[in-house]
Design a protein around this ligand. Structure first.
Ligand code: MSP
Length: 506
């Protein structure tokens, strides 16, 4: 069996998650589910990034230990992912002993290879972002260029990673492997960044202790980003699955952390003599009115409230359809409701309802054998199969929103097929019995195919459709490319509403 390994970033438990975080995890989940459907053995990892001064300070402010502070937040993450039907195979917490062990092992290995040395660090540190900056990188107010909050000058004995040594090898790797950093815009940014020169990276701190101790020098804790990126191999090393799943197929990350994943992490891997991930995909941000969602800006959308109101599948559909992967996308409640009403309640919901209703009414719920197909029937069948094949091509090249769109194009085609063939008219004419059977069979079969194609995006809706069609819950992608798998004489179920229309208060 072929293997596939996909990761999301591990999230900071400094605040509750918002719909922007759920966006990243939903994309990864859709890809993981698609790969399972296509026959891969998948490992899908997400988790939480728990160390660092910021967490320690937040915990102190509440008179808690860092773990007491993060535990309930991390429980909320896990709950949220369940609500979103996220099918991760593991959840890594950087505070776990299994992670500490691997981080120390990698630190030792890189140090033994001569790429970690002790020195004196004087620099500007942004605590909220856990990032060091040089004078030149600061914004016009001398603040952090990412979050625009003040930076602190720190001076201390510290360990350094010889990042500069890897500049040429990294550049060569990025240039030789066009698929390594996607999309191209991010790839070009990283190439320019490396060409400006890489400095060695300070990878330890002594001013606080909530972190993984440097092996053999416990006054130091390891820099949170050095610690965090190693999460991607922790579960594999602990379960002897490195050979099976490493290198990762995709690290999916937001655009602002591409640098950590395409420069620092690969250089660390080179220094530890480990292979590099195959791809780092930098997705865009979910914005509200053009601005990145963040707690400090007060424009966050709470994913729990949203799921409770609209259901996970509707939100997943919206996120995956509306936003082209790699670009920023706008989240708006109005647009979400519009999509639910038009695409889900109307297009998909009606197709299922009309089809099952007619099979019930005209054929006592029984599918009859299809025979003597008309040209229209044949071209409709061909379109179903072509859609499944095109879907595979788009998903294989991670064009998620286009993949969703072609499924809905086919759903539109199926609704039009009903209007063109007018089964209610056929039902009134005894000589048209066969054609009626053909049309109803084709519609039921196309819904079976649709249920397979939407399953990576809308897993519970896919199951609901199958329950109503009364077909097996287990299909693979190949089953979408072969038309005619429903048995004739199969009895379908009763139509139930898939998505209620949302009434909009004017
Ligand atoms: N802990 C680091 C990642 C370490 S990975 C080894 C981190 N955490 S984070 O919680 O701040 O962000 C996690 C991910 O959420 C990032 O990829 C980030 O881009 C993404 N998002 C945060 N806000 C977002 C939006 N508004 N829209 C889309 N993604 C967003 O960075």
């Amino acid at each position: 069996m072929k293997n596939f390994y996909i990761t999301t970033p591990i999230y900071y438990p400094s605040a509750n998650l918002h719909i922007g975080h759920a966006y990243c995890t939903t994309i990864a989940d859709a890809i993981a589910r698609y790969k399972r459907l296509a026959g891969y053995e998948v490992f899908f990892l997400t988790g939480s990034d728990e160390h660092g001064q910021k967490i320690q300070r937040s915990a102190q402010a509440q008179n808690k230990t860092p773990l007491e502070y993060v535990d309930p937040i991390v429980d909320n993450f896990k709950e949220l992912w369940k609500k979103f039907h996220i099918s991760n195979d593991d959840f890594i917490r950087t505070s776990e002993p299994r992670h500490e062990k691997v981080v120390q092992e990698i630190f030792r290995r890189i140090r033994d290879n001569g790429d970690i040395y002790k020195g004196e660090y004087t620099g500007l540190y942004c605590t909220p972002c856990e990032s060091y900056w040089t004078e030149l990188q600061l914004d016009e107010n001398g603040c952090c260029p990412d979050c625009h909050r003040p930076v602190e000058k720190v001076s201390e004995e510290a360990y350094f990673f010889k990042l500069s040594k890897y500049a040429d090898a990294l550049l060569k790797h990025i240039e030789d492997n066009p698929e390594f950093i996607v999309p191209t815009s991010r790839r070009n940014e990283m190439i320019q960044f490396i060409k400006r020169g890489l400095e060695d990276l300070c990878i330890s701190r002594t001013s606080f202790d909530w972190g993984i101790p440097v092996p053999d020098d416990e006054r130091h804790v390891i820099y949170v980003w050095f610690d965090a990126v190693i999460n991607y191999i922790t579960p594999l090393i602990n379960s002897n699955k490195m050979e099976k799943f490493w290198p990762a197929d995709i690290h999916l990350v937001g655009k602002e952390i591409v640098r950590f994943h395409t420069i620092i992490w690969p250089a660390m891997l080179m220094a530890a003599n480990l292979p590099l991930p195959k791809q780092i995909y930098g997705h865009g941000w979910l914005v509200t009115d053009g601005d990145k969602m963040s707690k400090s800006k007060g424009n966050v959308v709470d994913p729990v409230a949203l799921v409770e109101e609209f259901g996970a599948d509707a939100i997943r559909y919206f996120l995956l359809r509306e936003i082209t992967l790699g670009l920023d996308g706008n989240f708006s409640r109005d647009a979400l409701i519009q999509r639910i009403n038009a695409d889900l309640a109307n297009d998909l919901g009606n197709l299922l309802h009309r089809t099952l209703n007619m099979i019930g009414k005209f054929q006592k719920k029984i599918l009859l054998p299809a025979n003597d197909l008309t040209d229209l029937d044949k071209s409709f069948r061909a379109e179903a199969v072509d859609t499944a094949k095109e879907f595979r091509r788009l998903m294989d090249s991670v064009q998620l929103s286009d993949a969703v769109k072609i499924v809905w194009k086919f759903i539109g085609r199926a609704n039009k097929y009903i209007d063109e063939t007018m089964p209610w008219k056929l039902a009134k004419d005894e000589s048209q019995r066969q054609e009626l059977a053909n049309v109803l069979y084709n519609l039921a079969e196309s819904l079976r195919i649709v249920s397979i194609l939407i399953s990576p995006f809308m897993p519970s809706t896919a199951l609901k459709i199958r329950e109503q069609l009364k077909v097996s819950a287990e299909f693979k992608l190949d089953d979408a490319e072969i038309f005619g798998q429903l048995e004739s004489n199969h009895e379908v179920g009763k139509p139930e509403q898939l998505f209620p229309r949302i009434l909009v208060d004017k």
